[in-house]
Design a protein. Structure first.
Length: 529
């Protein structure tokens, strides 16, 4: 019995040890180097299952280092570099190693002058008296080197990478995922290693590029089409549907141009890195969008005999642009190679827009007043609050969260003003018919929303002593406005008395927003902990 129990425990222990990844199974302090080498200081780096080991000699300001990549493939190269100027690859002084075709390891120094260096051997700005490499039997690829450090290099930025071999030479590594975040700082004297906050500069640019294009071509443009297709059938909307359509499309095109420009900049900063399908689709989409803008200059008057053909052209190019844009956004998600959070969120947006489209298609008699107010005060405003409350805690978002918040709130207010105006018009066209609660809440909501806009003119700078009180006011009025708006939207549903279809759809939208807020809130709490 005892022998069986011992065998069982041994088997379980062996199984667990085999299942644990090398990077977790062997922390830097537990690793034993060959040749009786030992290092007094080591740190497990946060990305790519790497660790840095060193001995610092203050008498001559040298450091003996070992850069170790766990679970390394013999078909990959590894590198570790110092960059005293900035936390990025370009401009760094690198140590590189890989296994040659004869099985021997080759280690050398090189300068990474740009984002696509030739990786050829070259001297560094500091002396490297010795450099060797080995590939251990336990799958660790290691660079050993002695560095002659200057004052500025004793505590500086470090960058580490791995990438595939290409024809016997180091090839281009990935710029996304962990490869895009493998930067940090190292202090040889105090023995500390810190991960750089957020993501690399290139990753931030890619994120901004993706956000701009997803919001413009992937959200604003489809919303503009929905407005033009369904709101114009309501005579009470007057010309408002056209102006809203024009605002969405022109805003989408303007933001899209910015996104397209960031894509061009990313391409110029990464020579030799080409995403053919994504790039070509982007060029086609930009060309079609620009054609739409210029086509407005040639738009015939409504009674002109060629107006029908112009409409066919305008609708065909518009729908084609949106379909290609949605496809290219998903192509961009694959290029970014990030987690599925953004893709899932965008799919949720498309599902929501699809539901709105399906319902609007079936019930085009829905009053424009309700659509405008539900979209503005009931959806765009809460989305703006979710963005401001949760996205700003992610440093990788940079200032993008503020611009997205401002776009949602300003667009919500603009659409809400149109909805409020249609309500005034409906009231004037229906003398003797008064919905007191709905009307009074609408006046209060419009007043609070206008106060929020005017308060922006008096917003103190972040370091001002009164900024805290302004923030309290801003948040209180904002939350109050949204809560009153949601209540008034349900009041409007009761007045409309059109069945539960729209009410159910809006409840679904609120549930979706609540889930999104909860998910991002949970992510924030986990990151904070």
């Amino acid at each position: 019995m005892d022998r069986s129990l011992t065998t069982l425990l041994f088997s379980c222990t062996l199984l667990i040890s085999l299942c644990v990844p090398p990077s977790l199974a062997q922390a830097c302090r537990d690793y034993t180097f060959s040749g009786n080498r030992s290092f007094s200081t080591c740190n497990d780096l946060p990305q790519l299952s790497c660790s840095l080991h060193w001995n610092y000699h203050p008498s001559n300001m040298t450091a003996d280092i070992a850069f170790r990549k766990s679970g390394a493939s013999t078909s990959n190269w590894i590198s570790w570099s110092l960059n005293p100027r900035r936390a990025r690859m370009a401009g760094s002084q690198a140590l590189v190693a890989y296994q040659q075709s004869d099985g021997s390891m080759y280690a050398y120094t090189t300068q990474l002058n740009d984002e696509s260096p030739n990786m050829q051997p070259a001297g560094l700005s500091f002396d490297v008296p010795s450099i060797t490499a080995e590939y251990s039997s336990d799958g660790n690829m290691i660079i050993f080197a002695t560095l002659q450090l200057s004052d500025i290099l004793r505590s500086t930025n470090q960058v580490w990478q791995e990438g595939p071999m290409n024809g016997g030479n180091p090839g281009t590594h990935s710029f996304s995922g962990q490869n895009g975040q493998s930067v940090g700082t190292v202090d040889f004297v105090n023995g500390s290693v810190l991960s750089t906050s957020g993501t690399s500069s290139k990753t931030q640019k890619r994120n901004v590029h993706g956000v701009l294009n997803a919001v413009s071509w992937g959200i604003l443009m489809p919303v503009g089409i929905i407005i033009a297709r369904y709101l114009k059938v309501f005579k009470s909307a007057g010309p408002a549907w056209f102006y809203l359509h024009a605002i969405c499309q022109s805003s989408g095109y303007a933001v899209g141009v910015a996104g397209w420009a960031t894509g061009i900049k990313l391409g110029s900063d990464s020579p030799g890195v080409t995403y053919g399908t994504h790039r070509n689709l982007g060029i086609i989409i930009f060309a079609l969008g620009t054609l739409q803008v210029f086509a407005l200059l040639l738009r015939p008057k409504p009674e002109h005999k060629y107006r029908r053909y112009w409409n066919i052209y305008h609708h065909t190019v518009g729908y084609t642009t949106v379909v290609l844009s949605i496809g290219n956004i998903f192509e961009g998600f694959d290029v970014l190679d990030s987690e599925n959070n953004w893709k899932t969120a965008y799919i949720g947006v498309l599902v929501f827009l699809g539901v709105v489209t399906a319902v609007m298609e079936a019930l085009t008699w829905f009053i424009v007043h309700g659509v405008l107010n539900a979209v503005s005060w009931g959806i765009l405003m809460p989305v703006g609050i979710i963005i401001a409350r949760y996205l700003k805690v992610f440093k990788s978002a940079g200032p993008a969260w503020f611009y997205l918040h401002a776009i949602c709130q300003s667009s919500g207010y603009a659409v809400g003003v149109a909805g409020w105006a249609t309500g005034i018009r409906l009231g004037s066209d229906s003398p003797g018919i008064t919905y007191g609660t709905h009307r009074n809440l609408g006046i209060i909501i419009f007043f609070l929303g206008t106060l929020q806009v005017l308060a922006l003119l008096l917003r103190p700078k972040p370091e001002h002593k009164y900024r805290r009180y302004w923030n309290i006011y801003h948040h209180t009025v904002g939350y109050t406005t949204v809560l009153l708006s949601i209540g008034n939207i349900f009041e409007g549903f009761d007045i409309l008395d059109s069945g539960n279809t729209w009410k159910t759809a809006y409840i679904g939208a609120l549930v979706f927003l609540g889930v999104c807020g909860g998910c991002y809130g949970g992510t924030y709490m986990v990151d904070r902990d």
